[in-house]
Design a protein around this ligand. Sequence first.
Ligand code: DGL
Length: 269
Amino acid sequence: MDNRPIGFFDSGIGGLTAIPYLAKSLPEERIVYFGDTARTPYGSKAVNTIRIFAMQIAEFLKSQDVKMIVTACNTVTATCLPLLREKYPDIPIIGVIKPAAEKAAMICSRENHIGIIGTKATISNGAYEREIGNFKSGLDIHSMACPIFVPLIEEGIITDDIMTLSVRHYLDDFIGSNHIDTLVLGCTHYPLIRKQIETLYPSLKIIDPSQEVIGRIRAVLTERDMLAENSSFLNTFYASDLSDNFINMINIIFKDEDFKVAFKSFDIK
Ligand code: DGL
């Protein structure tokens, strides 16, 4: 048993999409979340910059005495996971890509056409193709960076026509010409536009890493006898810019529960 909180982080509000799944599946667990809302988006930045940011945040979460760190960001997972694990060997660090890749490999055969959408950094890294290939070879995989989605979502532009147009701009041709039948939402912000994607392309099977990572969290905590029981820790959400959108999202997720919201910034390097 370990009642310390789990540390989650993302470039902004994206990682929050994993929290309802955690609350449902592991209701005893408590969290410290950090959203780097002042420096979002990460996905269009240089890998070295993303690494500096990720290291700063991991160090901060460690200082909050978390028992595990979840990189609730595909971009950080793709570009920084080995580095983070090397720097912090004493703490389990869980990424979102492997669990989603495993799911894609499990439900797909060579007849399927898998689409991966994500940030520029995630897509150019090729992490999904590699991870899916480790589980099953020979699958048909296509990938596509959709860099406009995250800035729009961070602005709260989610249900407007602008978002529908942006989704169609990237996905109409990608899905049509590659005959995509299974789509991996390879950015933790994208579950927030899942409804729009499903409405436009109703026959797609969708894989959501924010959901898939929960099984991995459970497995690692169980393996290490680190599940929480009756923790009195108050869920705490830090952001480098306490934007209205960040606070609104938390209010939606934890409408009937107490939580703490706080500001935390880092030196810009
Ligand atoms: N939500 C993140 C991801 O999963 C980061 C997106 C960004 O900041 O560009 O990739």
